[in-house]
Design a protein around this ligand. Structure first.
Ligand SMILES: CC(=O)N[C@H]1[C@@H](OP(=O)(O)OP(=O)(O)OC[C@H]2O[C@@H](n3ccc(=O)[nH]c3=O)[C@H](O)[C@@H]2O)O[C@H](CO)[C@@H](O)[C@@H]1O
Ligand SMILES: C=C(OP(=O)(O)O)C(=O)O
Length: 426
């Protein structure tokens, strides 16, 4: 595991461009194996999750190459094979191969996925969907076997809770199933729309994405004829918005879809940050007087759970007590103890996270328990006086595109070192 070393206290300014969305990319790559032609993606973020997904593709004889943000995948020589469990466990989204392998071969065998340790993350709704489409599912010592010996057929799938992963896996399994599938109580995240756009451009018939009822007419073949440009990462954008408001003297973010960020930017505006929101960019001015706010995380279009931690360092600059309730992952509090070690007035109790104004934080050795906990420590480290060492920084590198380069462009002083202290160029 690598360490991120931050010399804090620099004021940040300048411009950066947001990369393609991690949560789209990690669904699009498994979806690519449903195609009967090579596929191409651009604005692909350079993140660990992408490199691990490429390792999984390789194990199935699916060649891929990734250069300057363009990812080419050729699934035409795909073979069924045992998937590498280390790569599968390195990220959450490896579970999308359940849906896509099922769609392609009518069977899939995978170990349980990994990903962020943010409390219980069951996959009962994914399994319910596969069963509704005609598959048998068995679990054996952490390995899941899914098989549809008579093929997949369209079905009505009612999700008990709004789940991004179960909605995407249902789409992946149903897109080539015989007949009509209706997914009810579907998630509405923009990344799901991005996936459906990619599949529909290859001939899929998916309607209603972005609403809570999705209808899919199964098709026999999917063929790509153009490059798919991945939507901008709203969580990466929110992270930079928070750090720019917390420690910036004027930062412009490019490649933004402001509509995807409304729940977040409206909270920043409520705090008193005078954001200038353009068509596809946002300027964050230097902010002085900030007010405490209350946040409740919800499925899209509500406030994203993935942004409750990155906004925390900004809340520590506001007068009053801000209160966060994470209804999606109530145990997502790995950052709290670490931020306390840096001197932040933050506590977690009874499902509430409370943040009070903190006049000064100091550098410390802290640990990134998961990606967004890591993002909050990174922002706090940029604000703090002295040196912060974030261990387990691989969790940050899982999902932040060229993070060191982007931060240093804004006048930060950040580097990544391996465990023996040798600088690693990301
Ligand atoms: C790769 C990816 O896109 N990850 C995102 C995705 O994760 P992920 O797809 O895993 O999250 P879900 O939307 O499925 O989870 C939402 C809630 O439903 C519960 N649940 C989910 C499925 C299931 O079968 N049973 C069940 O009980 C979960 O425990 C959680 O409380 O959405 C989360 C919620 O926006 C984000 O934090 C993650 O960044
Ligand atoms: C929880 C997250 O990711 P994953 O689902 O990939 O673990 C996240 O991106 O904040």
């Amino acid at each position: 595991m690598k360490n991120m070393i931050i010399q804090g206290g620099n004021r940040l300014s300048g411009e950066i461009t947001i990369g393609g969305a991690k949560n789209s990319t990690v669904a699009l790559i498994p979806a690519a194996i449903l195609a009967d032609t090579p596929v191409q993606f651009d604005t692909v973020p350079d993140i660990l999750d992408v490199h691990n997904l490429m390792i999984i593709l390789e194990s199935m004889n699916v060649s891929s190459n990734f250069k300057h943000g363009v990812l080419n995948i050729d699934p035409t020589q795909i073979v069924e094979s045992e998937l590498p469990s280390k790569a599968i466990k390195s990220l959450r989204a490896s579970y999308y191969f359940m849906g896509s392998l099922l769609g392609r071969f009518h069977r899939a065998t995978l170990t349980f996925p990994g990903g962020d340790n943010i409390g219980p993350r069951p996959i009962d709704q994914h399994i319910k969907a596969f069963k509704a489409l005609g598959a048998q599912v068995d679990e054996d010592h952490g390995t899941i076997h899914i098989e549809a010996p008579n093929g997949l057929h369209g079905a009505r799938i009612f999700l008990d809770m709004v789940s991004v992963g179960a909605t995407i896996n249902s789409i992946l399994a149903a897109v080539k199933a015989k007949g009509t599938t209706v997914i009810e109580n579907a998630a509405k995240e923009p990344e799901i729309i991005d996936l459906a756009t990619f599949l529909n451009n290859m001939g899929a018939k998916i309607r209603g994405v972005g609403t809570d009822v999705i209808r899919i007419e199964g098709v026999d073949t999917l063929r790509s004829t153009n490059t798919h440009t991945i939507i901008p990462d709203r969580i990466e954008a929110g992270t930079y918005l928070s750090l720019a408001a917390a420690i910036g003297d004027g930062v412009t973010l490019h490649n933004i879809i402001p509509e995807h960020l409304e729940s977040f930017t409206s909270k920043m505006i409520e705090m008193g940050v005078e954001l200038q929101i353009g068509e596809d960019s946002i300027f964050v001015p230097h902010s002085t007087e900030l007010q405490a706010i209350n946040i409740k995380t919800l499925p899209f279009p509500g406030f994203a759970t993935d942004l409750q931690q990155p906004i925390t360092p900004l809340l520590s600059r506001a007068s009053g007590v801000s209160v966060i309730v994470d209804t999606i992952y109530p145990q997502r509090t790995k950052h709290v103890k670490e931020l306390q070690n840096m001197g932040m007035n933050i506590s977690a109790e009874g499902g509430l996270i409370m943040v009070e104004r903190t006049r000064e934080m100091h550098g410390a050795r802290v640990s990134a328990g998961e990606i967004r906990a890591g993002a909050s420590l990174m922002i706090a480290g940029l604000m703090a006086q002295g040196e912060t060492v974030i261990t387990k920084a691989d969790n940050i590198l899982r999902g932040y595109d060229r993070i060191v380069w982007k931060l240093n462009r804004l006048n930060a002083n950040v580097r990544i070192e391996d465990e023996s202290g040798v600088e690693v160029i990301e």
